[in-house]
Structure formats: C-alpha cells, structure tokens
Design a protein around this ligand. Structure first.
Ligand code: FAD
Length: 399
C-alpha cells in the first residue's frame, strides 16, 4: 500500500487518487492487477480476495478446470509452478479441490506483489474527466481508469415461481448454499440438471440427506470427461487478432458457443458418478415444477410436470447465471452511460466499455469475447489486452 493509502486515510480527507482502480479481487481482478503492475501502472485494488470462491463454493467442491488454467499473463506464476514449488504432482490433485485453487490465488497475489484493500465499492461515478468511488468504509477514491471485475454473483437466475410460492428460509440459489450439515435426514429438491445441480446433489448425498430429487427439463447429461484443449487456439486468436470473436460471422460464433456448451453443459464430470449412485438420489429428466406450496409441519409439496408428487423440506436452485449489468449495485451512478445489449456491456477490442476509461472483464465480457471469459482460462488474455489499452489511455491522459 503506498504511504498515503486509503487504509491510512480519514474519510473526511481529500480523496485518494490512483491511475487505476481495480474493483474486484477474484481471478479476473487479480490477474489484471498483476499484469498492470508488471507494466508499471500504479493501482488500487478493492475487494475481498477470492470472496466468491471462499463464500459461494462449498469446501468439498472440485474444479472442472485442470492445472493448466491459471492467472498469470506472464506465464511465470502459473498453477503448475505453484504445485511444483509445493512438491505436489498435478496427477495427485485431479480433480483439483477448490481450496487448492484458492491457495494458489493467494500465492499468485503475493508473488505478483498485488496488494488488495479489503473493502467494497459502494458507488462509482464519473462526474468530470475522472472516476470517483465511494467505498463501504466511507473512504473516497478518484481514478483515471477503472477495471470492473464483478464476477457472477449479481447475476443468479431465480425462477419467478420460487419467490411467489416459497418463504425465503425454504430455498437458496447454489451461490448461497455452501454448508450441507443441516440437511442430514432432510429431503431436498434441486432445480437444474447441469454440473452444479449434480455436484450439490453429490454433496448432499455425502452429508446424509434422506432424499435428493434433481429435476431438469432436458436429457440427463453424460458423465464423461470434458475436453478443453480446443480453447487454447481460440485464446491465441483473441490475443493476436483484435476483436476476433466479436467480428466472427454469427454462425461461427454460435458454433463455438455450441462446442463450449457440449463440453461444459452436456457433460458432467465422471468423478461424480459413484457419489450419486445411492438410493437417496432421484433424477427427474424431462420434468419441471408445475405446482408448489408450503404445507403445515415444515414441508413443501411439489407437483412435477410428469405427474409426480414430492414432499421436501428445502429447494435448491442450480439455475445458473445470466448477465444483467443493471444488477451490479456499484454501477448505479454510471449505468445510464453504459451501452448495453441484452444486459451485457458493449465492449471494444480491449474490454473498454462505452464509458471511456471503464473496462469490464470476466463473465460480462462473454458476449464480445466468447464463453471462455466466464472461466479462469480467459484471465491471462483479458489481463494482457486490458493492460495494453490502459497503458495507452494513461499515457494520453494526465493521471
Ligand atoms: C459452482 C461453480 C464452479 C466453478 N468452477 C470453475 C472451474 O472449475 N474453473 C473455472 O475456471 N471457473 C469455474 N467457475 C467460474 C468461476 O467462478 C469464475 O471463472 C471466476 O470466479 C470469475 O472470476 P471473477 O474475478 O470475474 O469474479 P469473482 O471470482 O466472482 O470475484 C468477484 C470479486 O469482486 C469483489 N466484489 C464484489 N462486490 C464488490 C464491490 N462492491 N466492490 C469491490 N469488490 C467487489 C469480490 O469481493 C470478489 O473479490 C465456477 C463457478 C461456479 C459458480
């Protein structure tokens, strides 16, 4: 932290100024901060390091990505390098436990010299040429440029019937459900049929839930290993051909999205199979919830579209995420100046939004850069492209 940093600042003092404010300290925020630091760009990173991974992923979760997906645009502080330094054979940690990736991110942050102010941005505005951010602590920051890495937490999909039929203590989206001990001997309904639905089902089964019903509209996905090597070439193209994905004919973009869908959504990790092979786990493909009501005694009566009736104690939504930038609370002061398309920000070839100096990375960038930017694989590429543009913008403006 520099000498006159926000940490030492009184909120009544003049705002702290930084050339670059990074909002978010998950994989995308950390990767970009590290790359920008290497390029000599002074910065302030605000966020709770890897908060989504600590708070919204269960400790018993495993990653779908392998050890080759990492955060370092320079290719030095990779996950493989971390495992090597710790004397861990990558084959011994396949699939990767989520805790190991969190440890890697902490190591990466230290090695890269990225410092994070563990605060949150309450509001971002741009009243004149500079950005102004008010933090939850009341501190104020001004910045010439901003990188927003909001992740996915604000974009959880909640089907309409859930809030109409159920009181808040009877349901959760998976991003708010990471402990399973209270479901021992309980009956649960999981809505959704992709990896999260089945992994949460396996975690409930491990914990001794009495019944787990997994309900989904489509065929049952196949339990077979995903093959991600095709993404490497696409990442290289993103780096070398400006606007490559965005400028592809619609049919080619859709073909890539379909391939991604086939690997990521139509397949489930085979290591889940034995954990789901239990009498307590019931799968309901080609079905949806047709009726639902709370009944006296603490149960929920559910009617499925196939005529089945269930009585459960709790409903879990593994219903995924859909980008809607109006849901990112700290953007309220600038949202009117952001050009959006179907909820996504419209970005230039370097992740810059329509509000000059504001870059948006990670999941919200998937419309313009491709589905890989919803995953760690895109971090080094996004960090490289953003830093190249930041360098230009900061050289042109008086910081
Ligand atoms: C169940 C599940 C499993 C997944 N498995 C994988 C996997 O195996 N491999 C993979 O590559 N990806 C996986 N992902 C996707 C992964 O979560 C994302 O790739 C990654 O977290 C995106 O990083 P991010 O930095 O954009 O956002 P996040 O990790 O969500 O980080 C957001 C950051 O923003 C900060 N923040 C929030 N609000 C504010 C604020 N107001 N002010 C300042 N900071 C703020 C938070 O503190 C946090 O630091 C999985 C996701 C889920 C839900």
């Amino acid at each position: 932290m520099p000498e006159s940093s926000p940490e030492t600042m009184d909120e009544r003092e003049a705002p702290f100024h930084t050339p670059l404010l990074v909002i978010g300290a998950g994989p995308y925020g950390l990767a970009t901060a590290a790359r920008a630091k290497r390029a000599g760009i002074e910065q302030l990173v605000v966020g709770k390091p890897m908060a989504f991974w600590h708070e919204s992923m269960p400790t018993g979760m495993f990653l779908r990505s392998g050890p080759d997906w990492h955060l370092d645009a320079a290719g030095e502080h990779t996950l493989i390098a971390y495992l090597k330094e710790r004397g861990i054979d990558p084959l011994e940690v396949s699939p990767l436990p989520v805790g190991l990736f969190i440890d890697y991110a902490e190591w990466f942050q230290k090695k890269s010299g990225v410092e994070v102010l563990p605060d949150l941005v309450r509001k971002l505005s741009k009243p004149d040429g500079h950005f102004e951010a008010t933090l939850e602590s009341g501190r104020r920051v001004t910045a010439s440029t901003v990188v927003a890495a909001p992740g996915i937490i604000h974009f959880a999909v909640i089907p309409e019937w859930v809030e109409q039929c159920l009181s808040p203590e009877r349901w959760s989206h998976t991003n708010h459900l990471v402990r399973f001990d209270k479901f021992r001997q309980k009956r649960c309904l999981i809505i959704g049929g992709r990896q999260s639905a089945f992994e949460w089902g396996a975690l409930l089964a491990d914990e001794g839930a009495e019944e787990i019903h997994i309900v989904y509209r489509h065929d049952s996905p196949a339990f077979s290993a995903s093959e991600w090597s095709f993404v490497d070439e696409l990442m290289d193209l993103t780096l070398t051909v400006p606007g490559w994905f965005h400028n592809l004919p619609a049919g080619e973009r859709e073909a890539i999205a379909r391939r991604f869908w086939a690997e990521g959504r139509l397949k489930l990790e085979p290591w889940l199979t034995p954990r789901l092979d239990k009498p307590s786990v019931h799968r309901w493909p080609h079905a949806s919830v047709a009726a639902c009501r709370e009944i006296p005694g603490g149960e929920i009566e559910v009617g499925l579209s196939n005529g089945t009736r269930l009585a459960v104690h709790y409903v879990i939504l593994a219903t995924g995420y859909k980008v809607d930038m109006t849901q990112v609370p700290y953007l309220v002061g600038v949202i009117d100046r952001l050009k959006l398309a179907d909820g996504f920000p419209i970005l230039d070839e370097h992740f810059q939004s329509s509000l000059e100096g504001l870059f948006i990375t990670g999941f919200p960038a998937t419309r313009d850069f491709g589905p890989f930017f919803g995953f760690v694989r895109g971090c080094p590429v996004a960090a490289t492209l953003i830093t190249a543009s930041l360098t230009k913008v900061l050289n042109q403006t008086q910081v």
